[in-house]
Design a protein around this ligand. Structure first.
Ligand code: HEM
Length: 125
Protein backbone atom coordinates (compact mmCIF):
# COMPACT_ATOMS: atom_id res chain seq x y z
CA UNK A 1 0.00 0.00 0.00
CA UNK A 2 1.37 3.43 -0.88
CA UNK A 3 1.81 6.19 1.70
CA UNK A 4 -1.26 8.03 0.38
CA UNK A 5 -3.49 5.05 1.13
CA UNK A 6 -1.76 4.33 4.45
CA UNK A 7 -2.39 7.83 5.76
CA UNK A 8 -6.07 7.75 4.88
CA UNK A 9 -6.04 9.52 1.51
CA UNK A 10 -7.49 12.88 0.59
CA UNK A 11 -8.94 13.76 3.99
CA UNK A 12 -5.58 13.40 5.71
CA UNK A 13 -3.75 15.37 3.01
CA UNK A 14 -6.28 18.15 3.52
CA UNK A 15 -5.74 18.09 7.29
CA UNK A 16 -1.97 18.25 6.85
CA UNK A 17 -2.20 21.23 4.49
CA UNK A 18 -4.67 23.02 6.78
CA UNK A 19 -2.39 22.50 9.79
CA UNK A 20 0.80 23.37 7.87
CA UNK A 21 0.19 26.79 6.28
CA UNK A 22 -0.85 28.67 9.44
CA UNK A 23 2.49 27.55 10.92
CA UNK A 24 4.37 28.71 7.82
CA UNK A 25 2.68 32.11 8.05
CA UNK A 26 3.72 32.39 11.69
CA UNK A 27 7.34 31.55 10.93
CA UNK A 28 9.41 34.75 10.67
CA UNK A 29 11.79 33.22 8.09
CA UNK A 30 9.16 31.62 5.85
CA UNK A 31 6.20 34.00 6.02
CA UNK A 32 7.76 36.80 3.91
CA UNK A 33 8.16 34.41 0.96
CA UNK A 34 4.46 33.63 0.71
CA UNK A 35 1.60 35.66 -0.77
CA UNK A 36 -1.00 37.24 1.51
CA UNK A 37 -3.69 35.08 -0.05
CA UNK A 38 -2.39 31.64 0.89
CA UNK A 39 -5.46 29.78 -0.34
CA UNK A 40 -4.23 29.10 -3.92
CA UNK A 41 -0.95 27.75 -2.51
CA UNK A 42 -2.89 25.43 -0.19
CA UNK A 43 -4.91 24.15 -3.14
CA UNK A 44 -1.81 23.44 -5.20
CA UNK A 45 -0.07 21.78 -2.27
CA UNK A 46 -3.09 19.52 -1.71
CA UNK A 47 -2.95 18.36 -5.34
CA UNK A 48 0.83 17.98 -5.23
CA UNK A 49 1.11 16.03 -1.97
CA UNK A 50 -1.62 13.67 -3.18
CA UNK A 51 0.53 12.61 -6.10
CA UNK A 52 3.84 12.92 -4.21
CA UNK A 53 2.70 10.26 -1.74
CA UNK A 54 1.40 7.91 -4.43
CA UNK A 55 -2.19 9.02 -4.94
CA UNK A 56 -3.73 10.11 -8.27
CA UNK A 57 -1.60 12.60 -10.32
CA UNK A 58 -3.87 15.56 -9.60
CA UNK A 59 -1.16 18.23 -9.75
CA UNK A 60 0.18 17.07 -13.12
CA UNK A 61 -3.33 16.91 -14.61
CA UNK A 62 -3.89 20.55 -13.77
CA UNK A 63 -0.45 22.18 -13.96
CA UNK A 64 1.74 19.83 -16.01
CA UNK A 65 5.05 18.32 -14.94
CA UNK A 66 5.74 19.42 -11.34
CA UNK A 67 9.36 20.62 -11.92
CA UNK A 68 9.20 21.52 -8.23
CA UNK A 69 12.81 22.57 -7.81
CA UNK A 70 12.48 24.92 -10.80
CA UNK A 71 9.19 26.30 -9.49
CA UNK A 72 10.99 27.21 -6.26
CA UNK A 73 13.86 29.00 -8.01
CA UNK A 74 12.28 32.49 -7.82
CA UNK A 75 12.53 32.22 -4.02
CA UNK A 76 15.85 32.26 -2.15
CA UNK A 77 15.77 29.01 -0.18
CA UNK A 78 18.65 28.49 2.26
CA UNK A 79 19.28 25.40 4.44
CA UNK A 80 17.63 27.34 7.29
CA UNK A 81 14.48 27.78 5.18
CA UNK A 82 14.43 24.04 4.51
CA UNK A 83 14.78 23.30 8.24
CA UNK A 84 12.04 25.80 9.13
CA UNK A 85 9.73 24.34 6.45
CA UNK A 86 10.35 20.83 7.75
CA UNK A 87 9.75 21.89 11.33
CA UNK A 88 6.34 23.35 10.40
CA UNK A 89 5.60 20.12 8.54
CA UNK A 90 6.69 17.96 11.47
CA UNK A 91 4.25 19.81 13.74
CA UNK A 92 1.46 19.65 11.13
CA UNK A 93 1.96 15.90 10.80
CA UNK A 94 1.74 15.51 14.58
CA UNK A 95 -1.75 17.02 14.38
CA UNK A 96 -2.94 15.16 11.30
CA UNK A 97 -1.32 11.70 11.37
CA UNK A 98 -1.62 9.68 14.60
CA UNK A 99 0.75 6.86 13.59
CA UNK A 100 4.31 7.78 14.54
CA UNK A 101 6.05 5.44 12.09
CA UNK A 102 3.95 6.74 9.25
CA UNK A 103 4.69 10.33 10.27
CA UNK A 104 8.38 9.53 10.22
CA UNK A 105 8.15 7.99 6.74
CA UNK A 106 6.27 11.01 5.38
CA UNK A 107 8.70 13.48 6.90
CA UNK A 108 11.70 11.60 5.53
CA UNK A 109 10.32 11.79 1.98
CA UNK A 110 9.63 15.51 2.34
CA UNK A 111 13.02 16.09 3.89
CA UNK A 112 14.80 14.82 0.76
CA UNK A 113 12.82 17.28 -1.39
CA UNK A 114 13.17 20.22 1.00
CA UNK A 115 16.96 19.88 0.99
CA UNK A 116 16.98 19.41 -2.77
CA UNK A 117 15.08 22.71 -3.19
CA UNK A 118 17.81 24.67 -1.39
CA UNK A 119 19.12 27.11 -4.00
CA UNK A 120 20.91 29.80 -1.94
CA UNK A 121 23.61 29.53 0.74
CA UNK A 122 23.25 31.29 4.10
CA UNK A 123 25.96 33.82 3.30
CA UNK A 124 24.02 35.15 0.33
CA UNK A 125 21.02 36.26 2.40
C1 HEM B 1 12.55 23.97 1.42
C2 HEM B 1 11.72 24.88 1.89
C3 HEM B 1 10.58 25.41 1.08
C4 HEM B 1 10.26 26.72 0.94
C5 HEM B 1 10.95 27.91 1.59
C6 HEM B 1 9.12 26.78 0.04
C7 HEM B 1 8.50 27.94 -0.38
C8 HEM B 1 7.54 28.03 -1.35
C9 HEM B 1 7.04 29.25 -1.92
C10 HEM B 1 7.50 30.66 -1.51
C11 HEM B 1 6.11 28.93 -2.83
C12 HEM B 1 5.34 29.87 -3.77
C13 HEM B 1 4.14 30.50 -3.17
C14 HEM B 1 3.50 31.36 -4.26
O1 HEM B 1 2.72 30.83 -5.06
O2 HEM B 1 3.79 32.55 -4.31
C15 HEM B 1 6.01 27.49 -2.85
C16 HEM B 1 5.16 26.78 -3.66
C17 HEM B 1 5.00 25.43 -3.59
N1 HEM B 1 5.72 24.55 -2.83
FE1 HEM B 1 7.25 25.04 -1.60
N2 HEM B 1 8.77 25.52 -0.33
C18 HEM B 1 9.63 24.65 0.27
C19 HEM B 1 9.60 23.27 0.18
C20 HEM B 1 8.62 22.56 -0.45
C21 HEM B 1 8.50 21.12 -0.42
C22 HEM B 1 9.45 20.18 0.32
C23 HEM B 1 7.41 20.81 -1.17
C24 HEM B 1 6.82 19.46 -1.47
C25 HEM B 1 7.52 18.36 -1.53
C26 HEM B 1 6.84 22.04 -1.66
C27 HEM B 1 5.74 22.15 -2.47
C28 HEM B 1 5.25 23.30 -3.03
C29 HEM B 1 4.16 23.36 -3.99
C30 HEM B 1 3.36 22.18 -4.52
C31 HEM B 1 4.00 24.69 -4.34
C32 HEM B 1 3.01 25.27 -5.37
C33 HEM B 1 3.70 25.23 -6.72
C34 HEM B 1 2.94 25.93 -7.81
O3 HEM B 1 2.93 27.17 -7.85
O4 HEM B 1 2.32 25.25 -8.64
N3 HEM B 1 7.60 23.08 -1.21
N4 HEM B 1 6.89 26.97 -1.94
Amino acid sequence: MDLFAQMGGERTIQRIVEAFYPKVLEDPLLAPLFPEDIYPVMEKQTLFLTQFFGGPPLYTSEFGHPRMRARHMPFPITPRHADAWLDCMRRALEEAVPDENLRQALLERLSVSAHFFVNTDEQAT
